[in-house]
Write a protein that binds this ligand. Structure first.
Ligand code: FAD
Length: 427
């Protein structure tokens, strides 16, 4: 079984057009070049490996070596620290290009990149006194060096199974301050990259003896995967996104040194309240999957998918209508999502926040709607496991479950925040 088109097949199809055409979307040459690197890597290398990662629920370690070699592992690390210095929007569009070829790589890469995006450009937008800023600058340089020089991989486990990851209550994972750092105890579920990341970027609550847990005291710490007291337990055999290997992490009296803080005290809470687009970064993967389902359908109906008989199905009006519906949906997703990632920044207006929720919802639900249409209209042979469409369908189904902005929570917030101003109550 193979889904890897031979290079002759790739040449015959020609290059994939960018999801966001640089001219049409007024992108800079630098942005276009970074996206082109990702697209080339995705198409010529990641696409061919994706089926095996999915089938075996195996982490895409080989892809991470390529991401390091191409500089993409440090995409959001400032240039002064040896990274590509991409801003939020450039990262997001690049992640969509990766998601087009391997959903699990794009999704896990997002967790990794967020550790640099949140401690980098996002933290730069937040108020800090001079001493705190200097200390943060010194610490983040340590993390960036590990990534740029040594290919270190960071993950982002914050889900615990309760209301904390949804932003409702303080994290149950606790960090007790001790000399030189913290002692961390707790458990994270659905922790993508478990057993494969070098550092787990854990959100936890700083809690000294007698303190009451508060979301204001959230810490964002990089726990070395090899630290004593860290263990990975349980299996990972899900519907889709199987290569994320999101097993459970247990922390038992893990000592974490002060320099492992990815953000200074109190800054994560500030970021979560004043830079909400930080939670939109799970969506690029699904914009890529939406594009992938559409691309596949057009090629399949034209009889151009490598490894399938050159049977044309494009002459049937019902198939043309399905493709039209998919194209309209895809353009709707791209339009709202591009606007939302363009306006990401500190202190957005209410309208911008509602648009960000709507963009997340549109990408997460829309990708699966397009994949569903693709399966229906391409027909039975198209959903065989020798082709990527059924994987795209399963991977795309997982998008709306991603906390803190699940599809349900987006609906919930849009409805409430559209109808109530802050503090407003009914009699
Ligand atoms: C492929 C994949 C990879 C993932 N990788 C990561 C990762 O790397 N790091 C990470 O932290 N998480 C990750 N997640 C986890 C994801 O974000 C969710 O936390 C996880 O799916 C939660 O599962 P659950 O059944 O506990 O969710 P739910 O029960 O849906 O939600 C958990 C809690 O959130 C609150 N909640 C949920 N829905 C509502 C609602 N409508 N209204 C009010 N409150 C609500 C409730 O308190 C609920 O108990 C991943 C998930 C998937 C599918």
């Amino acid at each position: 079984m193979s889904t890897q088109p031979a290079s002759a097949d790739l040449d015959a199809i020609g290059p994939d057009a960018p999801i966001f055409d640089p001219e049409a979307f007024r992108l800079t040459d630098e942005q276009a070049a970074i996206m082109a690197t990702a697209r080339r890597l995705g198409r010529t290398v990641f696409a061919g490996r994706a089926a095996a990662y999915d089938r075996e629920a195996k982490f895409p370690s080989e892809n991470y070596k390529d991401l390091h070699a191409s500089g993409l592992l440090g995409i959001a690390i400032p240039k002064t620290h040896g990274g590509l210095g991409a801003d939020y929007r450039t990262y997001a569009m690049t992640a969509a290009e990766i998601g087009r070829y391997c959903g699990a790589t794009a999704l896990t890469w997002n967790m990794h990149v967020c550790s640099t995006l949140w401690s980098g450009p996002l933290a730069d937008d937040l108020d800090m006194d001079v001493a705190t800023r200097a200390e943060h600058e010194r610490r983040r340089a340590i993390h960036y060096r590990r990534i740029v020089d040594h290919g270190a991989i960071y993950s982002q486990p914050f889900s615990e199974g309760g209301a904390a990851a949804a932003g409702g209550v303080a994290f149950g994972t606790e960090a007790k301050p001790v000399k030189g750092g913290w002692i961390v105890n707790g458990k994270k579920i659905f922790a993508s990259l478990s057993g494969h990341a070098d550092y787990y970027g854990v959100l936890c609550t700083e809690l000294a003896e007698g303190d009451k847990a508060s979301r204001r005291n959230t810490l964002y710490l990089a726990l070395p995967a090899k630290a004593e007291g860290v263990s990975v337990v349980g299996g990972w055999d899900p519907l889709g996104m199987r290569g994320t290997v999101s097993r459970t992490l247990i922390f038992k009296d893990v000592f974490v040194a002060e320099d492992e803080a990815l953000m200074p005290r109190g800054v994560y809470f500030k970021a979560a309240s004043s830079w909400p687009h930080m939670f939109l970064t799970l969506s690029p993967t699904y914009v890529g999957l939406a594009q992938a389902a559409y691309d596949f359908t057009v090629r399949y109906l034209r009889g151009e998918v490598p490894g399938t008989p050159p049977v044309k199905r494009r002459m049937y009006p019902t198939k043309q209508i399905a493709v039209a519906q998919m194209q309209i949906k895809l353009e709707q997703i791209k339009a709202i999502w591009f606007q939302a990632v363009t306006e990401a920044g500190p202190n957005p207006t209410k309208e911008q926040v509602l648009r960000a929720y709507a963009a997340q919802y549109s990408a997460m639900e829309g990708a699966n709607e397009i994949a569903t249409l693709a399966i229906r209209t391409c027909g039975g042979q198209a959903m065989l496991k020798s082709l990527p469409l059924e994987r795209i369908y399963r991977d795309s189904r997982c998008g709306s479950l991603m906390l803190p902005w699940t599809a349900e929570l987006c609906l919930d917030r849009i409805g409430r925040e559209a109808l109530y101003e802050p503090g407003e109550k009914d009699e």
